[in-house]
Design a protein around this ligand. Structure first.
Ligand code: NAD
Length: 442
């Protein structure tokens, strides 16, 4: 008989995982403590933007294979495997990860599980968490109930979450007991049969793989952005530099786009949590470079603000600035630690009138920072603008031509925060163009 699966936490990771598990043929219950979120999901409505996921959710809510609940008692007596995908945000009082949600989920599960079961951690956590949770589970488990724990970090990318879950690059199983490996192999049989590489390892390695991957990606982005700071002074073309570097197969071209830097609910908080964890372990020297990676990244936001100030000079107060893109990356409505939203709010605080348009991110941004002027279309945002900022590389912004905006803007000035426009072409049309990694004024 097919395994029954519960997924604890139905945010970006958990809702995707739950729907994909249903697609793989399992019976699934998603659980969250957010009643409103669960009610929406139970109606087959996704509370965030993620391509391909709405269809999958509707399909399996309709088939009855995917249900949602807020009751730990319900999943505790029903499921064979419980995935934990709750949030691990940065603590408000420091750099470390806030582990209270993971701890609460594990404790609630242990208290409510009525038969032997496997608990699988998917959240991104500081190394040492799984060993600590094993003890927590044993402490709270019901008498006679045996709970196994495995760690199975998640590598999905927002915007490609369904594809990444259905056909992952690799699977990592951090294993406590042999039994848990067999059960994980059953859960992931489809991907394994398709040849997905699987790394079976211990808890510590599995926890570290995830943060190491994110630390590497963040470093790669800050690496090219550090060179962008150099070309901004000496001249040169940062895109050509990246292309030439990327031809080296040992380096590769991906994640070498100079721009306004990384953001979102993962990279920034993960590199900070890693520094915090190694510092607790007395190993702060090992990850010292990540402080620099973080600083380079945040300096990119300063650069855009300074360019805007330079381009508007004493007109900034009261000038209309159009901000195109507010989610932290295209194909997502996620505005957590978004460079675009950060820049927009700083320019607003400096006295500009900031009009924002994002194909999907406006509503989330408006909840965090309601005082910006959120527009329903790109054209409404740029209408009367003295400066246009392109800060998230949505396809519709990449396709922009100077003539699209010319009838609307007050001044032909643009900052390309993602290096996606043909700068020479825009300049030939009379635009003043600033971009990341480019000297300004030229
Ligand atoms: P999220 O904020 O979108 O979702 C977390 C969910 O957990 C929320 O719906 C919240 O209500 C719920 N929750 C909190 N406490 C709970 C509890 N005690 N019981 C049940 N539900 C609870 O976060 P996310 O982006 O899905 O990230 C979740 C984890 O996955 C994090 O550790 C993150 O680092 C990791 N991760 C995220 C991504 C991504 O792209 N979003 C990718 C890989 C890994």
């Amino acid at each position: 008989m097919s395994l029954k699966v519960s997924v604890i936490g139905t945010g970006y990771l958990g809702a995707t995982h739950a729907a994909c598990m249903a697609e793989l043929g399992f019976e699934v219950i998603g659980l969250d403590i957010d009643q409103a979120k669960i009610e929406r999901l139970a109606e087959g409505l996704l509370p965030f933007h993620e391509p391909e996921l709405p269809e999958l959710l509707r399909k399996h809510v309709a088939s009855g294979r995917l249900r949602f609940t807020t009751s730990y008692a319900e999943v505790g007596e029903w499921a064979d495997v419980h995935f934990i995908g709750v949030g691990t945000p940065q603590r408000t009082d420091g750099q470390g990860a806030d582990m209270s949600y993971v701890d609460a989920a594990a404790t609630s599960l242990a208290r409510h599980i009525t038969r032997d079961a496997l608990i699988v951690g998917k959240s991104t956590v500081p190394v040492g968490t799984a060993r600590r949770l094993e003890a927590l589970l044993a402490e709270h488990a019901r008498p006679g109930v045996e709970l196994s724990l495995a760690w199975n970090p998640e590598f999905l990318r927002e915007g490609f979450a369904v594809r990444d879950t259905m056909t992952p690059d690799r699977l990592v199983f951090g294993i406590g007991t042999i039994d848990s490996e067999a059960m994980l192999r059953e859960v992931y049989a489809t991907a394994l049969e398709a040849g997905t590489p699987v790394v079976v390892t211990d808890f510590e390695t599995s926890e570290l793989v995830k943060v190491a991957a994110n630390a590497f990606l963040a470093t790669k982005i800050s690496f090219i952005n550090a060179f962008a700071e150099v070309t901004e002074t000496v001249g040169g073309d940062i895109g050509t530099l990246a292309d030439a570097l990327g031809y080296d197969a040992r380096i590769g071209r991906r994640f070498l786009n100079a721009g306004v830097g990384f953001g979102g609910g993962c990279l920034p908080k993960d590199i900070r949590a890693l520094q915090s964890r190694v510092s607790e372990l007395g190993l702060s020297h090992t990850m010292g470079f990540l402080a620099e990676v973080d600083e380079i990244n945040l300096r990119r936001r300063d650069r855009v603000v300074h360019l805007a100030e330079a381009m508007l000079a004493d007109e900034l107060a009261g000038a209309k600035i159009a901000v195109l893109g507010v989610s932290f990356k295209p194909d997502s409505d996620d505005v957590r630690d978004s460079p675009a939203l950060d820049v927009a709010t700083r320019l607003f605080n400096a006295g500009a009138e900031v009009a924002v348009y994002d194909p999907k991110g406006n509503a989330n941004a408006a909840r965090r920072f309601p005082r910006l002027d959120y527009c329903d279309s790109l054209y409404e945002a740029v209408d009367g603008a003295s400066l246009v900022l392109l800060l998230t590389e949505w396809e519709e912004f990449k396709a922009l031509q100077p003539g699209d905006l010319e009838p609307l803007v007050r001044k032909k000035r643009i900052i390309d925060g993602r290096n996606v426009l043909d700068h020479a072409g825009w300049e030939a049309s009379g635009w003043s163009v600033a971009a990341m990694g480019r000297r300004y004024p030229n």
